[in-house]
Design a protein around this ligand. Structure first.
Ligand SMILES: [Fe+2]
Length: 140
């Protein structure tokens, strides 16, 4: 299964967001490992739960700053976040019904990992540029 390794090509130029992306990647890799190693239902559910909670927290941070700085691309960006969240929820349902099947493993690779890389490299980097142009400095 795919694994993501954070490197400078994933930097959005804002430390707060980069740090959260690193944590998100760790949680996604943990979940991918748990599925790959055929760990038990409970263990996989736990990694999924961590991932979902952290995803909500992270998207919330980005969206809070979009609102604060009146980001023109906010609607589109938020829609992408919603799509990811519903994909994640669907995976949880599939997993509950069918367990850690190969289909689930492929979905993690295709939908979650590839989505996240593309999202960061295109949509988040654009948002990071905007924040830097606005003179954003993280004080939180
Ligand atoms: Fe985003």
């Amino acid at each position: 299964m795919l694994k993501i390794k954070w490197d400078d090509s994933l930097s959005v130029g804002v430390n707060l967001i980069d740090d959260q992306h690193k944590m998100l990647i760790t949680r996604l890799n943990d979940m991918s490992n748990a599925v790959e190693m055929h760990q038990g239902l409970e263990k996989i559910m736990k990694t999924l739960d961590f991932l979902i909670k952290y995803t909500d927290f992270h998207f919330g941070t980005e969206e809070k700053h979009m609102t604060k700085f009146c980001y023109p691309g906010m609607d589109y960006h938020k829609k992408q976040h919603e799509k990811f969240k519903s994909t994640l929820n669907n995976l949880v349902e599939d997993f509950k019904e069918e367990g850690a099947t190969e289909v689930l493993a492929n979905s993690i690779d295709t939908f979650l990992i590839n989505w996240l890389i593309n999202h960061i490299k295109i949509i988040d980097i654009e948002f990071g540029k905007f924040l830097n142009e606005k003179g954003f400095e993280c004080t939180e």
